[in-house]
Ligand binder design. Structure first.
Ligand code: LLP
Length: 435
């Protein structure tokens, strides 16, 4: 839940810097990021992939959509893993961070012609194709530029992953990919093979996000490998690559489980090996795309309490509404996916009795609730600091300017030093867009 260098003593601190000092120097709300923890998690996935798959280990592509900025792209380059981008914007950040295009994979279900051309010109290693229309688009763009583009086909293996409906992606009724069961996947294979400017490298599937058991990943591997075998039987050659996507779940609440890199990769490797033996296939190069599992636990959000209000419920019980200086503009996940978070008093310890509280933001919206029901110290007062852990994934990256609230900064902490890696947006930034 908390990153490795966070300590909770008399007050919350990270790498020896107190929450109070962070708030004084950088203001609130702010995303506080543990750089060493990010690097350690990225390396742990890379090592687990290598240890479990050995010579057939492909690449760990960090899913930029979870959170990216130029400095984090530099870390990714430095760590030596790859990156998955799904828009021209994410591609621009990856390139700005100096990531070698051969370590970049482009995704997206509606890539524009200009995004595709930008990627091919930059020398992006692989484009993951999502529709028949896109096969023609990528083929034409590659031909125009004079390159043979490596592609994977994104497939939907027909899996109901155990996660929130909005973040499951591999059942049949979904906008992503080509369905294996309906025969679309086979049509897409034939369509790619019609183009000399495309080199089909293999298949991709991303079954959903925040998945905590390995069985859905194993079924996905099984179905993709069956298609690799069908391809080999039809065309007498084997495709060399398999990308099994991201989606590994993390802790959000005390007592939650997470899917560790070692457990996840061991399960995936044994499923891949068993299915390759079954079909008498050589092991393909297997890649993965974790986003949340690398960045999620590396950040917490630091807020200041602004108002406190007691509301009497119909039942006669009391509910304490604690308003912080951010809300759904920096964390839309509770409103969008009923995601649950916890929070702690960050600037001091308290022995006061706990009271049923609701943590809400500052937006003009009843649903601007960060935490629906949490027991917090009854002496929490205006000016206190609260920290919510595990906000690194899909927090800042999904932040909005709703109500013209400027988006918070990201502060990286490492080795006892804190520095801004994404500065706070200002009202001038917002006004700068208006004509
Ligand atoms: N690869 C592909 C093709 C994806 O679409 C995604 C996530 C990932 C990898 C990374 O998944 P991760 O390891 O981070 O779970 N906004 C939602 C999550 C949407 C995920 C979209 N795709 C949330 O806040 O839960």
């Amino acid at each position: 839940m908390w990153s490795a260098n966070v300590a909770q003593g008399k007050e919350l601190s990270i790498s020896g810097i107190s929450a109070t000092n962070l708030a004084k120097e950088f203001g609130t709300p702010a995303f506080i990021m543990d750089e060493a923890d990010f690097r350690a998690r990225a390396k742990a996935w890379d090592e687990a992939l290598k240890n479990s798959f050995g010579a057939s280990a492909g690449t760990v592509y960090y899913a930029a959509k979870a959170f990216i900025c130029t400095e984090v792209a530099r870390w990714v380059k430095d760590i030596g893993i790859g990156i998955d981008v799904c828009t021209g914007g994410e591609l621009a950040v990856a390139l700005a961070g100096g990531i070698n295009p051969t370590m970049i994979q482009l995704h997206g279900n509606n890539k524009s012609v200009s995004e595709i051309e930008k990627a091919i010109k930059a020398g992006v290693e692989t484009i993951v194709i999502d529709s028949l229309i896109e096969i023609e688009r990528v083929a034409l763009a590659a031909k125009k530029i004079g390159k043979v583009q490596r592609v994977l086909l994104r497939l939907t293996p027909g899996i109901e992953a155990h996660t929130h409906e909005s973040i499951a992606t591999a059942h049949e009724d979904v906008k992503f990919g080509f369905s294996i069961a309906s025969g679309m996947a086979w049509k897409s294979i034939e369509a790619v093979r019609n183009h000399e400017s495309l080199e089909l490298r293999g298949f991709h599937a991303h079954i959903g996000s925040q998945i905590l058991d390995t069985s859905s990943f194993e079924i996905s591997a099984q179905r993709l490998i069956a298609l690799l075998a069908k391809y080999r039987d039809a065309f007498n050659s084997q495709l060399p690559e398999l990308d099994l996507g991201g989606g590994y779940g993390i802790h959000y609440l005390p007592g939650d489980e997470e899917l560790s890199p070692v457990v996840a990769m061991a399960a995936l490797a044994s499923a891949v090996k068993a299915n390759c033996i079954l079909h008498n296939l050589d092991l393909p190069r297997v890649s993965i795309e974790p986003g949340r599992a690398i960045v999620g636990p590396t950040m917490f959000t630091l807020y200041e309490v602004g108002t406190i209000k007691d509301v009497t419920l119909e039942s006669g019980d009391n509910r304490r509404y604690i308003s912080i200086d951010g809300g759904m503009s920096d964390n839309i996940r509770p409103a969008l996916y009923e995601a649950e978070y916890t929070a702690v008093l960050a600037n001091r310890a308290s022995n006061a009795e706990l009271i049923s509280s609701r943590l809400v933001g500052k937006h003009c919206e009843t649903g601007d609730i960060l935490i629906r029901d949490i027991a917090l110290a009854s002496d929490i007062a205006v000016g206190d600091l609260l920290a919510t852990p595990a906000t690194g994934a899909y927090g800042r990256s999904m932040a909005s300017n709703y109500n013209h609230v400027p988006r918070p900064p990201v502060i990286a902490v490492n080795d006892g030093k804190a520095r801004v890696i994404v500065r706070r947006e200002t009202e001038a930034d917002l006004l700068g867009l208006d004509i």
